[in-house]
Ligand binder design. Structure first.
Ligand code: ADP
Length: 560
């Protein structure tokens, strides 16, 4: 009935523990894992990482274009400043334009239009190219006509533009293939808006690389790569050939193969050219996938840690609960164990006091019972005291050279009568040639008494007790053998823990505190030795206590 109630209570506590763990830890942890998981899935589905990279790429491209534009404006302004005044005569103008072209080999044409006429000069070095010559002739003619017609309106329009410069650009033909040319037209500074004076230069595509593009691309790549989590960038400026093929004008180092991840068309200065960007040796998609994979992996590891933590917590709490249960068992066992001998002592003492016992044999028997019960009480109280000292870390041992054979024999002597009285066959074998051993006599005697008591307590049908003391492998071995109920393999490792008692019904019906073997183990370890058990359920047990012959005991104070 009592057992059932306790089991019920234990079950309830367990349920409460599971509920607390579930509500306070498991649910929030599972929710957190789930939320993270679905967020990652959403990022993976919507290609969130790719979008972030693309946005950053767009920013880098916009910044690069701005930088290139700024430099193009400066270069054009520098060329404009060298332009001749509209008042000079045509010859002088031609000379000055030729000088500008000579000093700036990257310019292909330079021209000037004012009310006095139109001067158009081209880079002499390029005149060997058939297409360039044709371009020169064509531009000279068409510009002359066009300026004559549109010059004034054009000048007004350009005047309103930022810095008074207007850029244009497009594909041109050269003997080497398709090329690109950018043109800049400007209002000459010396004139007021009502006097038309326009100047212009054109930039030869292949020269732009060296004077402008390459430097800025390289600078941007090395500057911005550090912002991209260590992934190096590569950039390119290209234009489209007639067949729709990409023709690079400038490429930063490490571009390798492939198309740009993100591109941006120049829309102010180098119209017709495009800026492209990508990662060196990898792609945005691959990086995105890697990131998602890594995040999933981290989430999986964290989830494992959480689950591991939960399992560990449950394990520890269950262990603590089991220990608490053992402790409460211990209290009731000990009270029971104290009450029985005390009741017997009182009963026999009262009977003797009343003087009703006349025969001396009977009296002797009563005295013996009183002595035996008080010895049992003393042993129990000693065990409890020792245990509490060990728990508090105060237990001290007094090691002295001892004839261990004598010690074992004397200890057994005070039990011999009881052993035989209980109908036990007793076999004692003590090696006579044992060397003296440094031990705490009282402690070793207590260990032996505990082992012998257990052998007596846990023997049912076949009552046999054997005690052997011999020397083997540099140690003195003390064996206590019984043919009793035995211990299952699973429980053999637990019986040395404090309060532990096996589940055998005989153990339940036998008084005990569950402290004896934990004391034996503590005592043995304090002597630098070890305790082992060999047992077969239903056949009996053998406890072997080994004390090393050489060397000093390793600890004089150790916790059980
Ligand atoms: P107890 O006060 O219960 O005897 P012990 O620490 O001495 O405490 O023993 C712990 C448990 O080990 C016992 O409750 C019993 O279940 C088991 N045990 C100890 N010695 C024997 C033995 N010789 N035979 C069978 N079981 C034993």
């Amino acid at each position: 009935m009592k057992l059932k109630k306790r089991k019920l209570l234990g079950g309830f506590n367990r349920f409460r523990l599971m509920l607390t763990l579930g509500l306070a830890v498991l649910l929030p942890a599972a929710a957190l894992i789930y939320v993270n998981y679905s967020q990652l899935r959403a990022i993976e589905r919507d290609k969130g990482i790719e979008a972030i990279f693309n946005r950053e790429f767009q920013e880098v491209l916009a910044f690069t274009e701005k930088k290139i534009n700024k430099k193009a404006y400066t270069m054009t302004e520098e060329a404009r400043d060298l332009f001749p005044s509209p008042d000079t005569d045509t010859q002088e103008k031609e000379k000055k334009l030729d000088l500008i072209l000579a000093q700036r080999p990257w310019l292909s044409h330079a021209f000037l239009y004012d009310e006095k006429g139109f001067v158009f000069r081209s880079q002499p070095g390029l005149m060997s190219d058939k297409y360039f010559r044709e371009e020169h002739d064509h531009m000279t003619e068409s510009y002359r006509l066009w300026f004559a017609k549109e010059g004034k309106t054009q000048a007004e329009m350009i005047h309103r533009r930022s810095k008074g410069i207007s850029f244009s650009g497009g594909r041109v033909k050269r003997e080497s293939g398709d090329s690109y040319m950018a043109g800049a037209m400007f209002v000459l500074p010396q004139t007021s808006s009502n006097k038309v004076a326009l100047g212009g230069v054109t930039y030869e595509g292949c020269s732009l690389k060296g004077i402008l593009f390459q430097g800025i691309l390289d600078e941007m790549v090395s500057q911005k790569s550090t912002d991209q989590g260590g992934n190096r960038l590569a950039m390119m400026i290209y234009h489209m050939e007639t067949g729709g093929e990409m023709k690079p004008l400038a490429v930063s180092a490490g571009w390798g193969e492939g198309k740009p991840e993100v591109s941006r068309k120049f829309d102010d200065v180098f119209v017709g050219l495009t800026l492209g960007i990508k990662f060196q040796g990898t792609s945005v998609a691959a990086l995105g996938q890697n990131w998602v994979r890594r995040s999933f992996l981290i989430l999986a590891c964290l989830s494992l840690v959480i689950v591991g933590g939960l399992v560990l917590t449950k394990h520890i709490v269950s262990k603590e609960m089991a220990l608490a249960r053992l402790k409460s068992d211990f209290v009731s066992n000990v009270s029971h164990e104290l009450r029985t001998p005390l009741a017997l002592i009182r009963l026999y003492a009262e009977t003797l006091e009343l003087g009703r016992i006349t025969t001396s044999d009977k009296k002797q028997e009563y005295y013996r019972i009183i002595r035996k019960e008080s010895e049992r009480l003393t042993a129990l109280i000693n065990n409890i005291l020792d245990f509490s000292r060990i728990e508090a870390g105060h237990k001290e041992y007094e090691f002295r050279q001892t004839d261990i054979g004598d010690l074992v024999r004397n200890t057994l002597d005070s039990y011999r009568y009881q052993i035989e009285q209980q109908g036990f066959a007793f076999e004692e074998s003590i090696d006579p040639d044992l060397p003296p051993v440094r031990v705490d006599r009282e402690a070793i005697a207590r260990a032996l008494v505990n082992l012998v008591n257990n052998a007596l307590k846990y023997s049912a049908d076949e009552k046999f007790l054997g005690v052997k003391l011999y020397r083997a492998n540099g140690a003195v071995k003390l064996e206590v053998i019984d043919h009793g109920i035995g211990i299952t393999r699973r429980e053999q490792s637990k019986i040395f823990e404090k309060f532990y008692r096996t589940g055998d019904p005989l153990v339940h019906n036998t008084k005990g505190s569950g402290l004896g073997l934990s004391l034996v183990r503590h005592i043995t370890q304090a002597h630098g030795g070890e305790i082992a058990v060999e047992s077969t359920p239903g056949k009996g047990s053998k406890f072997v206590l080994s004390l090393p012959l050489t060397g000093k005991p390793s600890v004089s104070e150790a916790r059980a």
